[in-house]
Design a protein around this ligand. Structure first.
Ligand code: INI
Length: 158
């Protein structure tokens, strides 16, 4: 029996991209800092001139799948982390953006074979988003851990 799992200790040869939405950047910037903190504490070079990590900004969560797909197709990245925040307002726009972002990101992952981490917060209120982006817990940290695990697991399988 083979038991395969990703590790958090062999990050030296991992290449990652973070695709991040500017919409609700009060929240997404907090997710990004949590993400970068976790990555650097696991040995990923997060400096300005890093060859291990690129950060790509898009207008909103709706654009995350398209740019993630373009990055995945480059063949340069072992894993892509998407970061966004969709907060329910009084319009149906929320449902459209969430549906397109989630379906699109899942499709890109399956079609390119590059793991995508779904780091899009979907909340009813700004308060709930703030709680998940640092006031109580910073989910950006968890998304980075999941990226390290998936990147490592795929390398183990290949
Ligand atoms: N984009 C988000 O990332 N979060 C939102 O809450 C949001 N809302 O509510 O409208 C949002 N809209 C912008 C959308 O993602 C696109 O950038 C825009 O429609 C242009 O294509």
């Amino acid at each position: 029996m083979a038991t395969l799992e990703g590790k958090f200790t062999n990050s030296a040869d991992l290449h990652l991209a973070i695709v991040i939405a500017r919409f609700n950047d009060l929240i997404t910037n907090k997710l990004l800092s949590g993400c970068l903190d976790c990555l650097s504490r696991h040995g990923i070079d997060t400096s300005e001139n890093s060859s291990q990590l690129d950060v790509v900004w898009v207008p909103g969560s709706f654009e995350l799948p398209m740019i993630s797909q373009a990055l995945a197709r480059k063949g340069k990245y072992d894993v892509v982390i998407t970061l966004g925040a969709v907060i329910r307002g009084d319009t149906p726009h929320f449902d459209v953006v969430v549906a397109e972002a989630s379906k699109g990101i899942a499709t890109v992952s399956r079609e390119t074979g590059v793991p995508m981490i779904f780091g899009v917060l979907t909340t009813d209120t700004m308060q709930q988003a703030l709680e998940r982006a640092g006031i109580k817990n910073n989910l950006g940290w968890s998304y980075a851990l999941q990226a390290l695990e998936m990147g490592s697991l795929l390398k183990t399988l290949n």
